[in-house]
Design a binder for this molecule. Structure first.
Ligand SMILES: [Zn+2]
Length: 421
């Protein structure tokens, strides 16, 4: 690295304390689904304070309804939006970049498993604790301060850089999709999801659905003449497990030696209302992964067919068929070459900072990369901090890794967009 780059990295280090404080302020906002407003406000205020002009990007379900990537959801978008700032270029010779991160977090329940309030950020022994610390508010802070460091070091950039903070990464991808539909894009896209200093080259598709069915309620005096709606779910869940095995039967080149990338999860189940009444209704919600190259419509048809066949084989369900509804995620998977120019450059930045190139990551979950790979124009990947216990209790992110992410992003900006001294 030359002295210019050394100066830039020094600027990142000088801002590290502010960056971690900003991460903690974001963690303190409980931005679960529908409750993202205060975290978005913290983001907007910070972007303004740092000297950029944030815009709100609305998610208009009517306008997006015809978009092939739009996921219908049962909730509304009133008062909910994304926050985007574009830092204009100081020259004309470079290539544009976009950093994307999500501010929504998953529920911290069950709270009893946490050592402390999940929204009271704590810094201890080099880790920042709290719901969303790893997934992915510290990453959002790192990407924001990487750009700030360029300015703080007194440099300009020869191409524009976009900072994009979105909602609904954890359930639909509609936040990032709305930003694509609004025209925000760039030639390289980095997302600091907490998968460590690796280059994500493939991810599975993900689909959510709900199955509901009815039974016949009875007093337990005559249990035998009722139909237990909850127990009828077992039949359908067993069939879905068979479908999962089929979806993983053939190895897929996007996932190397991983024998089981397309995971099924039974995430929610509910039904009945009394221990001594045969339950008259039940429903369960599932997530099914699927391989890159499979369209959502194909997986939708496979799931519907699986449920229909299992129901047809059961005398009660044959006459009272379960209802399958698809909502939330309907994200295709993808696989991109590991040697795209932006990836090679990022890996070189990692090499120069850490002494070894970035590893490759093949993800069995989805991310907002989907909206960039399928509906954008850039070379897009994830590269971010190291976190533990994401989506679980006592989530934490390693602070040195957050600073490292910011250093790598700053170096990437300098080399990709072109640093102007
Ligand atoms: Zn995430």
């Amino acid at each position: 690295m030359n002295s210019t780059e050394q100066k830039l990295l020094q600027a990142v280090d000088n801002l590290a304390e502010d960056m971690i404080a900003f991460s903690a302020r974001l963690v303190a906002e409980p931005s679960t689904l529908g409750n993202e407003a205060s975290a978005l406000q913290v983001m907007e205020d910070e972007l303004t304070r740092l000297g950029w002009s944030p815009q709100r990007v609305e998610i208009d379900p009517q306008a997006l309804a015809a978009h092939p990537g739009f996921a219908p959801v049962p909730w509304d978008y009133e008062g909910r939006h994304n926050v985007v700032a574009v830092r204009p270029a100081d020259g004309e010779s470079g290539k544009s970049a976009l950093f994307n991160g999500h501010l929504d977090v998953v529920s911290p329940e069950p709270l009893g498993r946490w050592d402390r309030d999940p929204y009271e950020p704590l810094i201890k022994d080099g880790w920042l604790y709290g719901r969303g610390a790893g997934d992915m508010k510290a990453g959002v802070a790192a990407m924001t301060y990487a750009l700030k460091a360029v300015e703080a070091a007194g440099f300009g950039l020869a191409a524009p850089v976009t900072i994009e903070a979105v909602i609904e990464e954890e359930c639909s991808g509609n936040g990032a999709l709305a930003c694509r539909a609004a025209g925000f894009d760039a030639e390289a896209v980095l997302i600091p999801e907490p998968f460590g200093p690796t280059i994500l080259t493939s991810q599975v598709g993900v689909c959510w659905f709900k199955v509901s069915l009815g039974g016949v309620p009875k007093h337990v005096l005559e249990t035998h003449s009722g139909v237990n709606a909850i127990e009828k779910c077992y039949v359908l869940i067993a069939a879905l497990r068979e479908l999962e095995a089929e979806l993983n039967a053939q190895p897929h080149p996007a996932f190397g030696i991983n024998p089981h990338p397309a995971n099924f999860n039974l995430g929610i189940i509910s039904g009945g209302d009394w221990p001594s009444t045969v339950p008259a209704m039940a429903e369960f919600h599932c997530r099914q992964g699927f391989m890159p190259g499979t369209e959502f419509s194909e997986i939708e048809a496979r799931i519907e067919g699986t449920i229909a066949r299992a129901a047809a084989a059961d005398p009660w369900l044959a006459d009272n068929p379960p209802v399958v509804e698809f909502y939330g995620f309907r994200s295709q998977g993808h696989q991109v070459p590991p040697d795209l120019p932006a990836f090679a450059l990022l890996s070189q930045c990692q090499q120069d900072l850490a002494g070894e190139p970035a590893g490759i990551f093949e993800s069995t979950a989805t991310t907002d990369l989907r909206s960039f790979v399928h509906y954008g124009r850039g070379q897009a990947t994830c590269f971010g901090p190291v976190a533990e216990s994401i989506h679980a209790e006592n989530e934490r992110v390693n602070i040195d890794s957050v600073i490292h992410t910011a250093r790598a992003y700053a170096l990437f900006l300098a080399r990709w967009c072109g640093l102007l001294e």
